[in-house]
Each structure stands twice: as C-alpha cells, then as structure tokens.
Write a protein that binds this ligand. Structure first.
Ligand SMILES: [Zn+2]
Length: 110
C-alpha cells in the first residue's frame, strides 16, 4: 500500500496517527498572563502547532494528560476555553457546561 504525500500527524489526545487534514491544528497564543489555545482550522497561524481530532473526547484526553503544554512547549497556565468551545466540549471553568456554551454563542448580556 503506497499512500504518498499524505502527511500524517499524531493526535495529542488519543495518540493515534491520522492524515493531517483530519486533524485540527492548535497553536498557543501568549499574552502577559499566560497562554491560551487557539484552533487553527486553516493551518496558517505561525509557530508551533499541536494536532488533535476535532473531538471532545480527544480534547478531554489531551487536557487530562497536559499534552498541549508538552506538544506546544508551553509552561504554566494554559487556557483551553476557546478550544473547548471549538470542539464543543463541556468547559470546566464554569460549573455549568450548557449555560457556558449558550453564553459564548450569543454573547454576554450587558
Ligand atoms: Zn484523537
């Protein structure tokens, strides 16, 4: 079986290999306070990237093993809020996933 020119990447969640096109690229964006993870669906953002299935299960696995920090060479606090929304994973920051998800979609009332 010859499947050339199809770059494979390892998912930081389940550790399975998959064609890069099936995985979501993730980069860490730093600000003064720390880093936050950003999905990069177009794979165009500069810097180191991690790859993950766009799947809440893989996301949860990666978070549990702190795989993002390792893959992206980031130490300290890493905020996964934006990424959690992107893969539709329940967020752990508010005790109420459903409400957090709705609030993030409609925006915060003033
Ligand atoms: Zn995976």
């Amino acid at each position: 079986m010859v499947r050339r020119a199809l770059p494979e990447r390892t998912c930081v969640g389940c550790r399975r290999r998959a064609p890069a096109s099936e995985l979501l690229r993730i980069v860490a964006v730093g600000d003064g306070a720390g880093h936050s993870l950003r999905p990069d669906p177009t794979r165009r953002l500069p810097g180191r990237g991690a790859n993950m299935h766009p799947d809440p299960a893989c996301f949860a696995l990666a978070v549990r093993r702190r795989a993002f920090g390792r893959a992206l060479r980031v130490t300290g606090v890493v905020d996964h809020g934006v990424l959690a929304e992107h893969v539709d994973a329940p967020t752990t920051t508010s005790g109420h996933p459903d409400r957090a998800r709705v609030a993030s979609k409609v925006g915060r009332p003033t």
